[in-house]
Design a protein around this ligand. Structure first.
Ligand code: ATP
Length: 611
């Protein structure tokens, strides 16, 4: 154990008011058992101290934390710590992240930031810091995120020209002057609630404030409001001006709020996850992480993360959560579970152990009586459903043919792998375009494995799930590997036609994609089925028709006539291999029109079983 670091921590905790119990027992190993403390590999030094929301009160006792000279991460956020910024923190020269937000610090910011050369993230927001922003911040050449919002900082904003800086928030201070050019690349919401001159890049965001209605940090609004109410009696017109300004600022927040990744109390849209999920958490339940996952946070961090609802699906609500270390994850809050803790955990262990480039890794899960959470990577490019159906019309880049073929191969490979898991019994159960993503390396990933089979039966499946569901599956828990093949077939048809599995036509009529494709092909109007966006890519007609054949073989009504997933992989791989080996020559290019149904198209019509 690092004896000196241990003593420094004991001195700290014995000299600050702590209302919660902490398991920092002198006789236990500081590295392996003390909550919130992490040591380096050889356990010779403490490198991380994280005590968020521990109800710490009072000033940080001098010469305690500052003795942890190897410290890299310090988080004391969301406590009641008061006093000025501890001057002896200048000894913590290895710090990379510093989180002191949501405390009661006051007085000036440290004047010399240059002592922390390795700092990447600073969050001092929601305190009572005043004075100006020291220009020494400029020396932090590795800084990626700076949050000083909701303080009482004044003076001009220094020209913080740090190329690595990705996020900044200086909102709700008393800053003046013109916004420096180097900061104009950030959203205007990062600077609202100051007194910046209107002639800069975001004039509407910096209105000239009426007397007495200066923007203040949000949590001090109550007292300021009563002042402005008094003033309002005298200056009614000014109050009216204030209301207009406030409405304007709120509008701007709701436009830009979701761009900000640093948690901010004042943002309406970026609520913490805690506000979304139930407050009662079982003390014995923990976030369970899977091997190979390099995420480091606990449930508390997750619940405090600023969260944005991505959508409400069949199984619950999905959130995008931005953690304080700038990691973004997706949290699925599962509802309507039909199984007990053991069965849920067993399934999570099976799913969480899958590592395949085409399978979205389940990073962690949480189970308590009231709350079931699943943690995934966040895929910033969005789902295939959004890529295919989102923002049709002008200015859109259509999904090209190679990408669509790649999506089919990726999903088929991923599902074929899933089908070999759990003794060859694992089923996906919910293959659809909104569960398929492209990750940052451009790999196709299929998500939501095995969830459907854990859920309560849905008597009438929601429309978007229904379109992918094989006709023999009446209960989602009874999905099979063969019904997965059917769902993949629907996805293939969706990629070929650009149409959703169940969609409305101009009138009230609802069209079932599989039936529609079958009927069009039967009438030998095959070319009509293809997505108009594909028509601009030359020489792919043959491949499209072949892919159509594969898709239709997957959606035949009789389950035993469908190919195995591994066969689908082979067929689509073969299609791509032949097309890359023999690219169709430009001279052979044939126009696709409704009058040129190919012989292959006629074959499809006669061999498929109409649905
Ligand atoms: N890991 C992720 N990264 C980015 N977006 C995601 C991620 N997981 C889900 N989403 C998106 O969030 C939204 C909600 O997802 P969710 O899975 O809750 O519902 P769904 O896929 O629409 O329906 P269902 O619950 O029936 O599968 C969808 O638009 C989905 O594409």
């Amino acid at each position: 154990d690092p004896v000196e670091d241990k003593q420094a921590l004991l001195d700290f905790i014995q000299n600050i008011h702590l209302s919660r119990s902490l398991n920092w027992n002198e006789n236990n190993s500081v590295c392996s058992s003390w909550t919130g403390v992490t040591c380096n590999k050889d356990q010779s030094r403490v490198i991380s101290l994280r005590l968020p929301g521990m109800a710490l009160r009072g000033e940080i006792p001098p010469n305690t934390i500052s003795r942890l000279s190897a410290l890299q991460n310090l988080s004391l956020r969301s406590n009641n710590i008061s006093g000025s910024f501890p001057s002896d923190f200048s000894k913590l020269q290895n710090l990379t992240t510093l989180y002191l937000q949501f405390n009661n610090f006051r007085g000036p910011l440290p004047s010399d930031f240059s002592v922390w050369k390795n700092l990447t993230i600073i969050d001092l927001s929601n305190n009572y810091f005043n004075g100006s922003i020291p220009s020494s911040i400029l020396n932090l050449t590795h800084l990626t995120a700076l949050n000083l919002a909701n303080n009482s900082l004044s003076g001009q904003i220094a020209d913080i020209n740090i190329p690595s800086l990705q996020q900044i928030n200086l909102a709700n201070n008393n800053l003046t002057g013109v916004l420096p050019r180097s900061l104009q690349r950030f959203p205007s919401s990062a600077f609202v609630g100051n007194n910046l001159s209107p002639e800069n890049a975001f004039p509407p965001a910096f209105p000239v404030q009426p007397p007495g209605a200066q923007a203040q940090p949000s949590r001090r609004k109550t007292s300021k409001l009563s002042q402005s109410a008094l003033l309002g009696i005298i200056l009614g017109a000014c109050v009216l001006g204030f209301v207009i300004v406030a409405v304007f600022i709120i509008c701007r927040y709701s436009d830009k709020g979701d761009k900000d990744m640093i948690p901010m109390k004042s943002q309406k849209k970026d609520k913490s996850l805690n506000q979304g999920v139930s407050g009662s958490h079982d003390k014995n339940s923990k976030l369970v992480f899977f091997e190979g996952c390099n995420l480091a946070f606990d449930l508390e961090d997750l619940l405090r993360a600023s969260a944005e609802v991505l959508g409400k699906g069949t199984f619950g609500t999905t959130y995008k959560a931005a953690l304080e270390d700038a990691t973004t994850v997706v949290v699925k809050r599962v509802k309507e579970l039909n199984v007990g803790k053991r069965e849920f955990e067993q399934q999570m262990e099976v799913v969480g152990s899958i590592r395949h480039e085409n399978v979205a890794a389940l990073r962690a899960y949480y189970y308590s009586k009231d709350e079931k959470l699943m943690v995934y990577d966040y895929y910033e490019h969005g789902s295939v459903s959004a890529m295919l159906h989102g923002r049709r019309g002008e200015g859109r880049t259509p999904l090209d043919w190679e990408t669509r073929v790649g999506i089919v191969i990726g999903v088929a490979r991923g599902i074929a792998h899933i089908h070999t898991q759990n003794g060859g019994k694992l089923v996906h159960g919910d293959i659809k375009a909104s569960n398929v993503f492209l990750n940052s390396q451009g790999n196709v990933c299929i998500s939501d494995i095995g969830l459907a089979t854990l859920m309560s039966p849905m008597p009438s499946p929601v429309m978007r799930a229904a379109g992918y569901r094989a006709p023999e599956v009446t209960d989602n828990r009874k999905a099979t590997q063969v019904s997965d093949v059917y769902s993949l077939g629907v996805l293939i048809l969706e990629l070929l036609t650009g149409k959703s599995p169940i969609h409305a036509t101009g009138g009230d009529e609802v069209v079932h994609l599989v039936r529609w494709v079958n009927s069009v092909v039967r009438e030998e109007w095959t070319a009509e089925v293809f997505d108009v966006e594909l028509l601009r890519f030359p020489n792919i007609e043959e491949q499209m028709v072949e892919m159509l054949q594969i898709g239709m073989s997957c959606v035949v009504r009789m389950p035993e006539q469908r190919p195995k997933m591994q066969d689908v992989v082979k067929m689509v791989e073969e299609l791509r291999r032949v097309s890359t080996e023999n690219p169709p020559s430009v001279e052979n290019k044939s126009e696709i029109s409704s009058s040129t149904a190919t012989p292959k198209a006629t074959e499809i019509g006669s061999s498929s079983t109409a649905h």
